[in-house]
Design a protein around this ligand. Structure first.
Ligand SMILES: Cc1ncc(COP(=O)(O)O)c(C=O)c1O
Length: 326
């Protein structure tokens, strides 16, 4: 299976609609400014050392009501705030402030398509010392149109990466730190150069961790299985969503545990999940078919349920969606 044409054709093609940057706003240095005016110095420490923390949030366009449904915004900002303590980046903004800024930016940008929302906490100033303490931090936010990040329909052909996931004692994967994405970039680049769509990381110990920028689930004997939170993964919000929906809506338990590499080849079904990846079926791992080599039945049910939930169509999960009239 191949990536969507948008992704294959280059890094600027992630969106399904043009990003009219000259008309868009960003939140930068405490103000809403035209996107093209939000610029950092080449001496910025986050640029030099990767000292930033970020989130990726999705807003789903609901054409019938001309609304954007932002999925689990509070949980994303709570994760950012939790990580900010570890990296001495706690902003002068509360959870409510961060949510309000996001809603306001969306209202100003008036999107009419599915969108990606990218908040970043970053080190600023001009110090050349790669330290975290006593270096000022700031918060910025931008949005852009975003369609499918991976092919959701046909299924992905992925490999186990030769690169190992960054261990918690090196750069914690659960922090979503900018610099850690060099690890992701190595795995994705090599996987694609070898003709795969994406990659699965193992931990330094050789057990299964996660995808390049998404969490991983297997289906075995009717149960969902996913690497536990101590397997150098990002504690994904979509992962949590799947565990909840599996249990509440489908009566399927998720086992969170250590997974051996060879279990990947024995799985009945497999899929990636994440804000970007959404629910992406995996049909081949290291050239071996997963199950019968087509997207699995349970994967499809979860995918359908997920899209109803994120578009705020199921009343019992409306509390996960912040609906913005644009
Ligand atoms: C490394 C990594 N793992 C997992 C995920 C999935 O996390 P979430 O569901 O919170 O988007 C992401 C981000 O999308 C990621 O970058």
């Amino acid at each position: 299976m191949k990536l969507t044409d948008e992704i294959k054709s280059g890094p600027s093609a992630e969106s399904t609609a043009p990003g009219h940057q000259e008309l868009e706003y960003a939140y930068f240095e405490g103000q809403y400014v035209p996107f093209n005016d939000a610029k950092l110095s080449i001496r910025n420490p986050a640029f030099l050392y990767g000292t930033s923390l970020f989130e990726g949030i999705r807003g789903y366009w609901v054409p019938e009501t001309r609304q954007i449904s932002i999925f689990r915004m509070k949980e994303h900002y709570q994760r950012l705030l939790n990580n900010s303590k570890l990296f001495y980046m706690t902003p002068d903004l509360s959870l409510e402030d961060l949510c309000d800024i996001t809603v306001e930016l969306i209202k100003r940008n008036k999107p009419s398509t599915d969108m990606y929302i990218r908040p970043t906490l970053y080190k600023t100033g001009e110090s050349i010392t790669p330290t975290l303490e006593n270096i000022p931090s700031d918060f910025c936010l931008w949005t852009k149109p975003l369609g499918e990040y991976l092919d959701l329909s046909k299924g992905l052909s992925v490999c186990v990466s030769n690169w190992r996931r960054v261990p918690d004692n090196s750069i914690p994967a659960r922090a979503k730190a900018g610099g850690a994405y060099m690890n992701t970039a190595l795995a994705v680049t090599d996987a694609r150069k070898m003709g795969f769509d994406d990659a699965i990381f193992l931990t330094n110990e050789g057990t299964v961790s996660e995808g390049s920028a998404m969490n991983l689930f297997l289906v075995k004997d009717g149960q969902l299985v996913t690497p536990s939170k101590t397997e150098d993964i990002l504690e994904g919000i979509t992962r949590d969503t799947i565990i909840t929906l599996g249990l509440n809506e489908l009566g399927v338990d998720t086992v969170e545990r250590t997974i051996d590499r060879t279990e990947l080849y024995h799985a009945d079904e497999a899929f990636f999940c994440g804000t970007g990846a959404q629910i992406s079926p995996i049909t081949h791992i290291d050239n071996r078919p997963v199950g019968d080599g087509t997207p699995g039945k349970l994967t499809r049910r979860i995918q359908d349920l997920y899209f109803d939930v994120v578009k705020s169509k199921l009343p019992q999960y409306e509390h996960w969606c912040t609906v913005v009239q644009v």
